[in-house]
Design a protein around this ligand. Structure first.
Ligand SMILES: [Zn+2]
Length: 57
C-alpha cells in the first residue's frame, strides 16, 4: 500500500523517501525509518567508495 506524500510548501505529490521536494526544493519531514535507511545507504556508499579506491585502482 503506497500513500502519496504531498509537499508542505507547494502541495504537489512528492516521493515520501525524498528529503526535498523535487518541484520547489522545500525540505520534507522525514520519518525515522527513512532517515535510518538513508544513513545506512550513505554509509554503505561511503564504504564502497573506500573499497573501490583501495582495490579498484
Ligand atoms: Zn514543493
Amino acid at each position: 500500500m503506497t500513500r502519496p506524500t504531498h509537499c508542505l510548501s507547494c502541495g504537489r505529490p512528492v516521493n515520501r523517501y525524498a528529503a526535498t521536494c523535487q518541484h520547489c526544493g522545500a525540505a520534507q519531514p522525514q520519518k525515522r525509518l527513512g532517515g535510518v535507511v538513508g544513513l545506512v545507504g550513505l554509509l554503505l556508499l561511503l564504504a564502497l567508495t573506500v573499497v573501490w579506491a583501495l582495490f579498484g585502482g
